[in-house]
Every structure is written in structure tokens, then in C-alpha cells.
Write a protein that binds this ligand. Structure first.
Ligand SMILES: [Zn+2]
Length: 324
């Protein structure tokens, strides 16, 4: 039987999703459990194993060639462990060893959720056909990943491109990561909402103080809401410009809930980029919204595994018309 599927896992603070992914990026079988994020490490692992067992119980399992895991980070792919900020029970947790208890001899690839999303956008989304790209998720946190020379660049530990925790404000606020003035500390959804509230913005009758509510107010012309998005856009632009200068990316792809604000975010972001991305070789940089939806983590985990395991017929290298 042809080994033409990859078992993919997308592990986050709220859900553990699994799928068998085919060479076209289609999810042939799906499984999903809630993440018991506040439970101990073994309890979280039990849910991961349950998702895998559900996939393994299907007739398609014999077609699986490899396992790809995209996990909330940081991860350490060099030793197969994870330290997700939003899963406190997992500290230096041996996730790959735990997965192997179900998957046996199959090769396992682990990357952070930022690189996983990046692999998905490169395979089938907004970075398709690009030789170099920075893909970002702007949501409760800010994460990202890099495509360099037409390939996902996960780095030695699977975290490369983690733009949320580079500093764009030298004397800025302390960040939960221990740094100061991080992109995430300015541009994440909760920080956009916090800044709008402290500037005097008040929610509507429904009491919704999410970044989406701030975005709605900004669309309606509220100056405080607009200014909070402008500041987030400025932080993102500075981080993107720095990345472009370092590795010459041609496109920055932005997804996640905050990107759903649309022009309220993208218009000031493109303006701010003109202030920060000024050298001749970065002025052509494009900024575009992500195209992959909630399945990006699964599709990308499969693409990352296909790349590492050099599987034929998967990922961007198999897409007609793309470089590499
Ligand atoms: Zn930080």
C-alpha cells in the first residue's frame, strides 16, 4: 500500500487537532479534543494520544508515511520537548517520545506553531510560490516563521521566525517572556484592547472589550481605537522591516484574529513600513493577509514533516509552477 498520507497534530492551549493529510493538502480524516491546559502534563498527553488513537483506528492509517507536529511553543525539536506558555503542565515535556508510543517507528517532525502556519501559507496560501517570506500570526500572542530559499526555515529547535519576541521599543514595557518592548507586548489582541481602554475607549452595551470590538470601533471612526491599532501596526512594521533587512523577505503574510481587522490594521501597517523599510532592497516588500484558515496548523505540520523527511509528493516542492 502506498505511503501517501501524513499524520498531523496541531497542539494549542485550547484544542488538540489531528488529521491525516494527503499530497494535495486535503484532510482525509480529522480528530479533535479540548486541551486540559490547567491539568498536569500526563493528562494533556493522554488527550494527544486519544487524538492519535482515533486517527490510527481508521482504515487509512496504514498509508501514513510520517508524523508532523505543530505545537504552541517554545518547542525544542533538537530533543523533542515542548514548553508551551499556555500549557503550564508541559515543562521540558517529552512530546515526541509520547507521540511515538502510539505511532511506533514512523518518523516524527516537531515544529512550533508559527513555523507550521508558515509552511501551510507557503504550500497553499499567501506565500505560495515565494522564495522568501515572513508569515505571522497576530492573535492572543504574536508568532511567526520564515521561508528562505524556497523552503521552510524552522531553525535547529523549530522556533525560527518568532517575531513576537524581538524588541521594537528599547525601553518599553516588560514582556512576560522576560524581554522588554517586544512586538507582542504592543501588537497582540489583548495589548491592543488594553491600550484602547487606558486611552479612554469604552465598549458598547455588550461590554465586549476584545480587540475585535476595538477594531469595530476603529472602523466606525473612534480615534482612540484607531490610534491603538496604529501603534500595533507600527510595532509590526518595525519587526517586519528588521526581518526584511536581515534576510531579504519578499512578502510578509499576516494572519490570526487581529488580522481580521482588515484595513484598520493593514493601512497603517503599510504606511509605517514606508517609515522603517527604507533601504533599496526592502522597499518592494509586500504585506498581505493570510489565506489559510483554522486548518493551517495541520496542513503546515504535514508540510514541515514532508520537508524534513524528504517525502515525494507533498508540500511546495510538489506544487507545479513554484520554485525549488
Ligand atoms: Zn517578549
Amino acid at each position: 500500500m502506498a505511503r501517501d498520507l501524513i499524520a498531523a497534530l496541531d497542539i494549542g492551549g485550547t484544542k488538540i487537532a489531528g488529521a491525516l493529510v494527503d499530497g494535495g493538502g486535503k484532510l482525509v480524516v480529522r480528530a479533535r479534543r479540548a486541551t486540559p491546559a490547567q491539568a498536569g502534563g500526563p493528562a494533556v498527553m493522554a488527550e494527544v494520544s486519544a487524538v492519535l488513537a482515533e486517527l490510527a483506528a481508521t482504515a487509512h492509517w496504514s498509508r501514513v508515511a510520517a508524523v508532523g507536529i505543530g505545537s504552541a511553543g517554545p518547542v525544542d525539536a533538537s530533543v523533542g520537548t515542548v514548553n508551551p506558555v499556555n500549557i503550564p503542565g508541559w515543562r521540558d515535556f517529552p512530546l515526541v517520545a509520547g507521540v511515538r508510543e502510539t505511532t511506533g517507528e514512523l518518523p516524527v517532525t516537531l515544529v512550533g506553531d508559527g513555523p507550521a502556519m508558515t509552511a501551510a501559507e507557503h504550500w497553499q496560501g499567501a506565500a505560495r510560490g515565494r522564495a522568501s517570506a515572513l508569515c505571522m500570526v497576530v492573535s492572543t500572542g504574536v508568532g511567526g516563521g520564515l521561508v528562505l530559499n524556497g523552503r521552510l526555515h524552522p531553525g535547529p529547535t523549530g522556533n525560527a521566525g518568532h517575531i513576537g519576541h524581538i524588541s521594537v521599543d528599547l525601553d518599553g514595557d516588560l514582556c512576560p517572556c522576560g524581554g522588554r518592548g517586544c512586538v507582542e507586548r504592543i501588537a497582540s489582541g489583548p495589548n491592543i484592547a488594553r491600550r484602547a481602554l487606558s486611552g479612554g475607549w469604552r465598549p458598547g452595551p455588550d461590554g465586549d472589550t476584545s480587540a475585535a470590538a476595538v477594531a469595530a470601533a476603529a472602523h466606525a471612526g473612534d480615534p482612540v481605537a484607531r490610534s491603538s491599532f496604529d501603534r500595533a501596526a507600527q510595532a509590526l512594521a518595525a519587526g517586519i522591516a528588521a526581518t526584511a533587512a536581515l534576510v531579504e523577505i519578499e512578502v510578509a503574510v499576516i494572519g490570526g484574529g487581529v488580522a481580521g481587522a482588515g484595513d484598520v490594521l493593514f493601512a497603517p501597517l503599510r504606511r509605517a513600513l514606508r517609515d522603517y523599510a527604507t533601504l533599496s532592497f526592502v522597499t518592494g516588500l509586500e504585506v498581505v493577509p493570510a489565506q489559510m484558515g483554522t486548518d493551517a496548523g495541520l496542513v503546515g505540520a504535514a508540510a514541515a514533516a514532508a520537508q524534513e523527511q524528504r517525502l515525494e509528493g507533498f508540500g511546495p516542492q510538489a506544487t507545479p509552477g513554484s520554485p525549488g
